[in-house]
Ligand binder design. Structure first.
Ligand code: NAP
Length: 319
């Protein structure tokens, strides 16, 4: 069994399958500057207060360290490598690490659990990673609580931005939505809700050029794209809501995907269209996107994979 990806979904699948003596190999990814790295998106956060079981909260990276240690304790093997190619015309299925053009795969697996996650699209500005969890966030549900009575910015003009801004208005003193055009992409109902909210104001035709601050975010360098006028927006928090992208390029043409690139799984299951290949966590969830829902679906994938292997091992019985 090979598990590709090591966020809450992948490592939960590893804990369960290791305890079921299935000897999972986890390809955890390689360190990078995005959430597409070992441990996933929680590696880019600081305090996590909504993960059950931690009444005093836990730091995102520490939480992932606990997941990893728990998987290792039951015998999961974890390699700090990135899968470069998969061949799903099995079983067994082929998984390559390193040069994808070598004829033989690095690993052959009877079953694969895909938990490669998703990442928030970021602005790509200098110091972005440094400020993540220190004023900069991509998840209002996760971090909104920390910005009580503060002035914060939300970047974007789609449904996510409107949803984040509206949600944040419960905590924040004031929210400024920074949008690069003078028209929102969001659905009419979400627009109407945000536009009617007294705490939300809009900074139209404006882009963020820089993050300002020493150790925490203290402001944004912004520019009006029509007039070219540059100014500083004094905010202590900024939520980037310009979309998410699932890490599914490895599976293009082999696993069924929605139009937005997320993997399709059967309802109430983690089964993909390829027998023996299961998907869990954010790679197949463009709706809930929470660590705890990812972990839950990792558990589902482990049980689905276990039952699949059991069925395959059972000798066929006659009519
Ligand atoms: P989206 O619809 O693609 O909107 C992205 C927004 O970010 C757009 O306003 C876009 O500006 C802006 N943007 C993109 N790249 C940017 C950049 N580099 N710099 C500045 N601004 C940038 O993404 P989304 O809001 O995450 O929504 C994704 C999908 O999920 C949509 O289908 C949406 O309807 C759905 N969704 C639904 C709900 C809900 O119904 N409750 C909630 C959230 C999301 P432009 O407009 O200028 O392109």
């Amino acid at each position: 069994m090979v598990i590709i990806g090591s966020g809450p979904a992948g490592l939960t699948a590893a804990i369960y399958t290791a305890r079921a003596d299935l000897h999972p190999l986890v390809l955890e990814g390689e360190p990078s500057s995005t959430s597409d790295q070992p441990g996933g998106q929680l590696m880019l956060t600081t305090d996590v207060e909504n993960y059950p079981g931690f009444p005093d909260g836990v730091m995102g990276p520490a939480l992932m360290q606990h997941f990893r240690a728990q998987a290792l304790r039951f015998g999961a093997k974890i390699d700090t490598v990135r899968a470069s190619r998969v061949e799903l015309s099995g079983p067994p299925y082929g998984i390559w690490v390193g040069d994808p053009d070598t004829p033989e795969p690095t690993h052959r697996a009877e079953t694969i659990i895909v938990s490669t996650g998703a990442q928030s699209i970021m602005l790509g500005l200098a110091r972005e990673l440094e400020f993540m969890g220190h004023g900069l966030s991509t998840c209002a549900t996760c971090d909104g609580f920390f910005f009580r009575d503060q002035h914060i910015a939300v970047v974007g003009g789609g449904d996510s931005a409107m949803e984040e801004a509206t949600f944040l208005s419960r905590f924040a003193r004031k929210i400024t939505v920074v949008h690069r055009r003078n028209e929102l992409r969001a659905s009419k109902i979400m627009q109407a809700r945000a536009l009617a909210n007294d705490k939300i104001e809009f900074c139209w035709d404006t882009v963020v050029d820089s993050y300002i601050g020493s150790s925490r975010l203290e402001g944004l360098g912004i520019r009006n794209v029509k007039t070219g006028r540059e100014s500083q927006l004094d905010v202590t928090g900024c939520f980037i809501a310009i979309g998410h992208t699932p890490n599914t390029s490895l599976f293009k043409g082999q696993l069924e995907m929605k139009e937005n690139g997320y993997l399709i799984t059967e309802a109430n299951s983690t089964r993909t269209g390829v027998e023996g290949v299961f998907a869990c966590g954010d790679v197949q969830d463009d709706y809930y996107r929470q660590a705890v829902t990812a972990a839950g679906s990792g558990c589902m994938a482990a049980i689905d994979a276990e039952r699949y292997l059991e069925q395959r091992a059972r000798p066929a019985t006659g009519p």
